[in-house]
Design a protein around this ligand. Sequence first.
Ligand SMILES: Cc1ncc(COP(=O)(O)O)c(C=O)c1O
Length: 412
Amino acid sequence: MANLIYSNYTIQIMKKLNINSICSREIRDKKKTIRSHQLPIYPTSSFQFDNVEQGIEIFKGQRNEHLYSRYGNPTVDAVADKLATLETYGLDIEAKAYLTSSGMSAISTVLLALLEKGDKVLAPEDIYGGTTYLLRDVLTDLGIEYLTTDFKNTEQLEALLKADKQIKVLYFETPTNPTLSCVDIGEVTEIAQRFNRKTVFDNTFCTPIIQQPFAFGIDFIVHSTTKYLNGHGTSISGVVIGRDIDFMKEKVFKRIILLGTNGNPFDAWMVNSGIKTLALRMERHSENAQKIAEFLAQHPKVNQVNYPGLTTHSSYDIAKKQMRSYGGMLSFELKGGFEAGLKFMNATQLCTIAPTLGDVDTLLMHPASMSHQGIPQAIREKHGITNGLVRVSVGIEYADDLIEDIGQAMEK
Ligand SMILES: Cc1ncc(COP(=O)(O)O)c(C=O)c1O
């Protein structure tokens, strides 16, 4: 359904602005119904009909109006449109977005729209754990085969696509979680397009402020908006954005309404509030992460620091090509291994131990014992997820306070 209240007028004006201004500008009600400065929340499951005839026309699709919130809701649709505007910022393309109930539902919805029994999906081994489990344990049960390869090895990628026509979708993310290794997005999409395959890309770590996958030829973008887009840890939600508007309106929308993976007005509103400060936050996240990465890189108790903004990081050149700044995520390996990792985390005072990322406060996670405990040690270590690795979602606090806290915890 087209956005009935908030759409085109506002979006067209927004397109002329700098991305920072788009973030902070409130979405306006084009009908000027009650002139609310802030986007209202419409907490309603359905929309009433003035009479039976109107109801029948809306049901038949003869009138483009709201019907039932699983099919569309003014708050939800407005935020989806804003995210499509941000992901297409500065590009001469249009995109359609739908909010979903979580990042995982955005991923599963778009994959279920693109793949059917007998098809294959190809992804690197080092993607978000939940996505790996979805591909390995759920899609496989539906007859969709899951294959893995290293997307940095483009020769091998090309050979796989040449040899196997059943590979319909290439799914990836960069930088990866938690080792911040980067894949050249443009190289992958060039190969995918040559073999007429679709690409789905998770842009959660960067947001469109730092990296715009559509600029490098990606077909579908997903986000866990739970993370940086919300920024305050107050909602679970997701979004799927696609450049093929017809495919989005037919295939993706149909799955959203029939699987019930739609977003809801409260979470959409939380995400909208978060987006207003997104550009500012991403700038500070990146600045702080750079300072902390440099501090850790010279620390005697640290073996290795994974941050794409460090010139010594193996992905620095790729990151520089496709990221405007290097983001708020980093990880580092303590020389003392498992015990040292846990001891360090328990000794911090300003940082918080929590299994999420992208919030305004600094969060720590121990992948070997938490997010990746279900992945065999050999595979985990092959991707640098060692026992002493600590993941940091660097917040927007004063950098020196964070460095002092990390420094004191290291000495405990
Ligand atoms: C990169 C990435 N993608 C997707 C997800 C899943 O998002 P959600 O928890 O909103 O379903 C996560 C969650 O941590 C994530 O880190």
